[in-house]
Design a protein around this ligand. Structure first.
Ligand code: B4P
Length: 194
């Protein structure tokens, strides 16, 4: 089983590249952002709680997202590997994920970190906001708040996995194809050395 985390700030291409990586490597895609948006669309109690945070550009509380990932792992016992997209986003989430994977006698094989400048992130998210209908994409202040949350809480996740030599930086600017090639080169190298 080979599990990866696709890591990076909001708008760095995690969702875009995840779609391609899961097709190529047969991984099960787990995106906490997608799960939260489907809870909001289904008007569930979890969704209405999460929306309060997402609309302000804040992270949803750890206990909510850790519970979601725990259920998703239990519901996908046949998976041959997971791609975690947008999770973990805090050190507490990273520690919880490691414990959940250990119970399943597996671990994170690599953290692929997409590097993108802040101005490019803001531009991409504003562009997506023109068509996505996402309330967290169409307001520059909310976008900046998401980037601040990333620096204050999420960048520590990379430091956590760096202690285990699992973080690999991948250039995240350029065409979607070029970035995908960079990701695949590192994936292939890590899978072969496993
Ligand atoms: P997410 O759904 O994870 O969304 P994201 O970080 O905004 O986007 P992503 O990085 O996947 O987007 P992509 O670059 O592909 O999170 C949304 C919110 O949910 C969070 O703010 C938080 O509130 C909550 N949440 C989710 N997980 C959580 C957790 N674990 N804990 C707490 N809260 C959590 O796409 C961006 C745009 O760039 C697209 O329009 C795309 O087409 C474009 N793009 C992609 N690659 C490009 C390229 N190479 N060149 C130009 N444009 C590109």
């Amino acid at each position: 089983m080979f599990n990866i985390i696709l890591f990076g700030p909001p708008g760095s291409g995690k969702g875009t590249q995840s779609e391609r990586l899961v097709l190529k490597y047969g991984l099960k895609h787990l995106s906490t952002g997608d799960i939260l948006r489907s809870e909001i669309a289904g008007q569930t109690p979890l969704g209405s709680e999460a929306k309060k945070f997402m609309d302000k550009g804040q992270l949803v509380p750890d206990e909510i997202v850790i519970g979601m990932i725990s259920s998703a792992l239990n519901n996908n016992t046949q998976a041959t590997g997971f791609l975690f997209d947008g999770f973990p986003r805090t050190e507490a989430q990273a520690e919880a994920l490691d414990k959940l994977l250990k119970l399943k006698q597996t671990e994170i094989g690599a953290v692929l970190a997409l590097l993108v400048s802040e101005e490019e992130l803001v531009q991409r998210l504003l562009n997506r906001g023109l068509t996505s209908g996402r309330s967290d994409d169409n307001n520059v202040e909310v976008i900046r708040a998401r980037i601040i949350e990333y620096h204050q809480k999420t960048s520590a996740v990379a430091d956590y996995y760096r202690k285990f030599n699992k973080v690999f930086n991948i250039p995240g600017e350029g065409s979607v194809d070029e970035i995908f090639e960079g990701l695949c080169a590192k994936m292939d190298e890590k899978m072969q050395s496993q």
